[in-house]
Design a protein. Sequence first.
Length: 111
Amino acid sequence: MCLAYTNPYGRSPVMMFEHRKSLEELIRQSAEEQAARAAKMYELIESKDIPADFPVISVEPKLVNIFKHFYLMPILDFRAIEIDNRPSRLLKLAAVKGHGEKRYPGSTRIL
């Protein structure tokens, strides 16, 4: 199974965590704490002043045209969880790109 981004309108870009433990720590917090911590992470990403121990390794590009820049994100593993009483999945992904690119187009690798 593979994953593709949905339309980014009305939502924040997806953050990809290097280690599952960091994401699990975030989602165990209350919804208010999650929102505040995520907002701080987005601020750091925008500022490009990333601390050495930052848990996010990559963030979704602002806009990807899959017809111009093909990419796949195969799902290597997953775990069903609940976040704020909603069914969710923790995904372990790989990024596969085409045309000899060094990273998927438009992605922001922050570390």
